[in-house]
Design a protein around this ligand. Sequence first.
Ligand SMILES: Nc1nc2c(ncn2[C@@H]2O[C@H](COP(=O)(O)OP(=O)(O)OP(=O)(O)O)[C@@H](O)[C@H]2O)c(=O)[nH]1
Length: 583
Amino acid sequence: RVLLDAGTPPVLDLTPATQVLENADHAADLDAVRAPGTTARFRALAPGETTFGYAQGAYWFRFEVENTLPEAVRRVLVIDYALLDHVTLFRIDAAGTVTRRDGGDRTPFATRDLADRHLNFLVDFAPRASATFYLRVESQSSMQVPLLLADPRAYLAGQLTSRLLLGLYYGILVALTLYNLLLFASVRDGNFLWYALYGASYCLMLLCLNGLAFQHLWPQWPHWGNLATLLSVSFSMITVMQFSRRFLDLARRAPLFDLLLRLCMAFALALALAALVAPYSVVIRLQTLLSLAVAPVILIAAFGSMRSYAPARQFALAWSILLIGTMIYAAVALGILPKVPLTEYSIQIGSAAEMILLSLALAYRINALTAENERIQREARSELESRVQARTADLDAALQHLEDANRRLDDFSRRDGLTGLYNRRHLDDALARVCRDVDAQRTPMALMMIDIDHFKSINDRYGHSVGDACLRATAAALSQAVANDDAILARYGGEEFAIVLPHIDADAAMAVAERVRAGIEQRPILTDPHRVDLTISIGLHIVPTGTPCEAQDLLRRADARLYAAKRGGRNRIEISTYGASRK
Ligand SMILES: Nc1nc2c(ncn2[C@@H]2O[C@H](COP(=O)(O)OP(=O)(O)OP(=O)(O)O)[C@@H](O)[C@H]2O)c(=O)[nH]1
């Protein structure tokens, strides 16, 4: 029996003064439970015993209240749990009058005495009057019946604090949801969308579970309120599983967990559809079981991915905090931890921290992916650069080869095939160049035209191949004779050679010519089995300092001297300068 006196606390826990009776077949009415035999079967509640699991039948609670004060007292009877379906309160006065009140979340919200998320009934006590209460509770949800008897004003004042904390909590959830929705709109990364959907369904689920959705969103539609609870539970699970699968990249990193979560998602979706037709009690029980399975699967998957995937660490931390919050809440329900705001709201604190951490984890993941992308791009760029460099080097080498080949080809086209000396084409170019040089530097120069004497007769006598050998030997002898001079030696045609001597005066040129002539004369050509004695005739033309040098004129004049040497008896040198000539 509860006594209302001056010392009674304004919010009183009725549990110690309450008796309970379980009526498995729902059939008993007030008279039946008041029958002497049945009354005796009521048992006192154990300390803190307010939850009875998913109960099949109806529960009857019984308590007596006596107002010992000399004035009338108004109290509110509160059931501190939002989801009970049908609650009937019978009050029996001392005179035996029975009054009945009905409530529960299957009854429109407006029927409640106080506009509060918890079911409540106002009860008035006359001075020094007492009453016995029978409370019949029937629900497909989990049977939780924490009874309070409170001064209405004190109760509502206490609710203000809890409303403030809940408001703060939902504010955080809504802000995070909207923030991630905006991020999805700009970044177009599906993870943000799934996070936002998870945030929204989780928020709705908690609003349903703590009675605020019924009070504020659909007070007229209790049936929809019950359906919405089931749907929000299913969608919270579906969205959190999809978010986890995507965030942790389970399809690639842990295909088995991915498959497991996909099956769970399909099951959760099936339960959402079942909620439309199946009894609430069946669906909510299966959902509770499923959620007990899903939470550890996600946590294990997150811990498993941690080593190879850095963003999984924050994910695992976020989940751990939510689970710790849930465990603290369970510990409070089991009476292991005291019920203070920090523990009472541990699920809210845990899930708010979880949502914040997950949001940070998303940002971290984006950063990590961006860094990874940049690294790949950087590597691809440097790979490309090194390939371009390798190709450029190949190209350079090919160009070099081509240049060398061209040079060799050019050189080849300027060489005489038989003797290896420069040919006439080269001589013409070289002579023109030397002319320009000596003109510019104002130095003298000389040109020697050389012809082998009676070469035709060598051919005729020994044969053409011996003639060729003689040409090669003569070429070698000439090269040797002018090796130390700055001379350009060429085979001018047939058995005729030319030597250009740049920057040389008449005497020096004459000395070279004499050395060349004597060299050939003194060195017979030995081509087994023949010995051929050769002589040459030389026409030498000198361009003295200050005289313009003209290649064709020079050739003509040197050639003229050569013929003079032939006419003069051969094996001799004829020399001329502009305007003068001498032997
Ligand atoms: N074996 C050989 N003979 C050549 C070559 N080019 C030209 N000849 C020969 O050289 C001879 C040149 O003779 P000619 O110009 O008549 O005069 P020569 O016999 O040298 O008499 P002179 O010049 O008057 O002393 C010709 O018989 C050509 O056939 C060659 O590459 N090889």
